[in-house]
Design a binder for this molecule. Structure first.
Ligand SMILES: CCCCCCCCCCC/C=C/C(=O)SCCNC(=O)CCNC(=O)[C@H](O)C(C)(C)COP(=O)(O)OP(=O)(O)OC[C@H]1O[C@@H](n2cnc3c(N)ncnc32)[C@H](O)[C@@H]1OP(=O)(O)O
Length: 282
């Protein structure tokens, strides 16, 4: 092999370094680009990145790991080329074991706070459908780039789910109130053109690598800012949004659990899950 070829291969190997998140699972993967210092955090729970307890814990650990290792930014994406995330794993909510449900909802609240308040610049390369909490993951980031042909939004009310305040806030942090309210009440899923029109997403990309490049460019726009000043300013800007969850996480947990355990919610969920299963068998 030519020396120049070996050099190129070494460079390729050096460009992205995988870092673990200490728990040895592959539910999320983190790779840091050695050149830019930007970490790509990939959701990797087949088939559709539905967020169960393990994925939420793993995601939270990876976000913290990225902050600890001094990465310059975080790009959230998916290993599935059709689905960014299908939202909460509905099996976690259906006839739940109460201890697991408590752990699950705590993990959801904690993960959202970690991502929403992350010290580093965050961007989502949305390379597939981003449904309900899938959309919440994207809106917790500071910037969104999406590929055409997919849907994004929170359609909970269509299926009889009330949305908890932090999910509401993740919409209100990127959309004007009247648009957020209307979309939530309609249970609307946005096409890419609609999402771009209301600024639910910032840019359209023509492929995953293009989306990652655009996200990296956004993160690069903070190169001349002082990281601590940026992080503190972000925290202050978002302080009101997180007040409820930070001041009273257990109260928020209790309210959600009470609602999830109602026969009304459980019956509706049963019908929805059956529909989802029969659709996937068509
Ligand atoms: C006052 C306080 C109130 C508190 C209230 C708290 C409780 C309410 C919570 C309200 C907020 C809700 C948030 C959520 O995130 S709920 C999740 C909503 N998500 C969905 O509805 C997505 C459903 N899925 C789809 O539409 C499609 O799967 C998708 C477009 C994402 C992909 O389609 P595709 O054709 O590629 O894949 P399949 O549909 O064949 O799915 C493959 C298998 O995966 C299963 N699946 C899909 N999504 C989920 C899910 N979210 N949870 C669990 N399982 C899911 C699907 O059934 C298939 O399974 P099988 O292969 O086994 O049949």
């Amino acid at each position: 092999m030519l020396r120049s070829q070996t050099k190129l291969m070494d460079l390729g190997r050096r460009l992205c370094r995988s870092i673990g998140n200490n728990n040895g699972s592959n539910l999320t993967m983190v790779e840091v680009d050695d050149k830019t210092g930007i970490a790509t955090l990939t959701l990797n729970k087949p088939p559709v990145n539905s967020c169960n307890l393990e994925l939420l814990l793993d995601l939270n650990e990876s976000i913290k790991q990225i902050e600890r290792n001094g990465s310059r930014g975080l790009i959230l994406t998916s290993s599935n080329d059709k689905v960014f995330s299908s939202g909460l794993d509905l099996n976690e909510l259906h006839q739940p074991n109460q201890d697991r449900l408590i752990a699950f909802w705590r993990a959801l609240q904690d993960m959202w706070l970690s991502l929403f308040l992350s010290r580093v610049p965050t961007a989502a390369a949305i390379n597939g459908h981003a449904i309900a909490v899938g959309c919440v993951l994207a809106t917790a980031c500071e910037y969104r780039v999406m590929l055409p042909g997919f849907s994004i939004g929170i359609h909970a009310t269509k299926f009889g789910y009330v949305v908890p305040p932090f999910i509401l806030i993740s919409y209100l942090s990127v959309l004007p109130r009247y648009i957020a309210e209307r979309a939530l009440l309609q249970g609307k899923l946005f096409s890419i053109d609609e999402a771009l029109h209301v600024n639910l997403i910032d840019e359209v990309a023509d492929g995953k690598s293009d989306a990652i490049i655009k996200c990296a460019k956004f993160i690069g726009s903070f190169a001349k800012t002082q990281p601590d000043a940026r992080a503190l300013t972000k925290r202050q800007t978002r302080a009101q949004d997180v007040q409820l969850l930070i001041k009273d996480p257990e109260g928020q947990l209790r309210e959600s659990l009470e609602y999830i355990n109602t026969p009304f919610f459980q019956q509706g969920l049963e019908v929805y899950l059956a529909k989802l299963k029969s659709k996937s068998k068509e």
